[in-house]
Design a protein around this ligand. Sequence first.
Ligand code: DMJ
Length: 462
Amino acid sequence: MKTIKYLFVLLLLSAALPVFAQGCVNRKEMAEKVKAEFLHAWDGYKKYAWGHDDLLPLSKKPTDWYGQSLLMTPVDALDTLYLMGFTDEADKTRKYITDNLNFDKDISVQNFEITIRLLGGLLSSYQMTGDKKLLDLADDLGKRLLPVFDSPTGMPYRYVNLKTGKTRGEVSNPAETGTLLIEFGTLARMTGKQVYYDKAKRALVETYKRRSPIGLVGTRINVDTGKWTVTDSHISAEIDSYYEYLLKCWLLFDDADCEKMWKDSIKAVNEYLADEVRGELWYGHADMNTGERGARMYGALDAFFPAVLALSGDLRHARRLQESSMRMWLRHGIEPEEIDYVKGEVGDAGYPLRPEIVESTYYLYHYTADLDYMDMGKVLFDNFVQHCRTDEAYAGLKSVVTKEKADTMQSFLFAETFKYFYLLYSPKSVLNFQDFVFNTEAHPVRKDFKSQRTRRAQGKSN
Ligand code: DMJ
């Protein structure tokens, strides 16, 4: 009986992907649908949680991460509002942010999340609008976050009190120590304060320097001692965006150190983490020191990697891994947090409205112009609406198997998930891909800092 079940699972998993190449998606219609769904969720947030960090979509109540609001949803959503052309709504939201957002608060915040959502959001919206108040807020926030880097190694502590500068959390991970340079580096370029670049760059380099002899990083590292406390290596949670920033910081800042660190790292990742199973490409776990294969797990967060591979020029791996992500999605009509890709079993069944698979679809379409990706995006979007829409907002899922909803609607729904869906279908003129690098929260940052200064000097916005 067990064998029959296993064979059935194998058959399902190795089944060819449905043929997507119909090319019959109406882009304009899809773009409008995405905008309408964005507004549906945004209206729910405004009705029940305006001025707070997030909406709890099932209880229809607001929630703040630290007891006081940091306007997480408005800041994260702002550049998407502009890109979607909701200019009046965006201007009103921007004014609310500049009138009300204040970082002089006695709260201990997580440096990584605040950097990617708030610092990234403020900077990209500043670049879009030229509103100096947004840059002032970013500068004030950056200054308050800087104490995190005052560790013996230069790698940041995880938490900092915005008022007192007191830090805590010495056991961190590569994602948190290495996903800061796009935001801090851009802040340095925009303000002329080099210290922001230097501190975040050092944190990235110090993480890389501690890679193992075979070139991998682990899951947890103590920033006081510089020693790894968990040596499991993978591209999943706690490491993921470290790799993303090595590549993107090379491209954004033309930083040769980042180029070298990326090239060294991707070699090791492809050698030890890439995993061929039944002719499919996956990326699993391995021990950072021995390279010995660990858990053969992949999940919703890992689905960002095809985008990174595509951006690096490796379209072959990017396409194949995207196929695997789609297999994971199609099994339950929406993706779980984690699956065992050999056994075909769901490990963690939740789905908190994550964007990564959509992000990769957008990148792959950009680089290949293959209409398959338009069709794939439609499947993702239709399933997403079907399972996650509520009467007045959107909700994550407790389980992709039962489709029971969870009381969560994090701000990345607005910053990333809807944005990538929209960019996939919108005209290229909405955002010229090659002029921007997206931070890990999908906030686009302009590559050409020089022309930004010129534009500012001439009093022009984006
Ligand atoms: C986002 O906050 C960022 O994309 C981060 O890098 C990973 N997780 C969420 C979305 O899933």
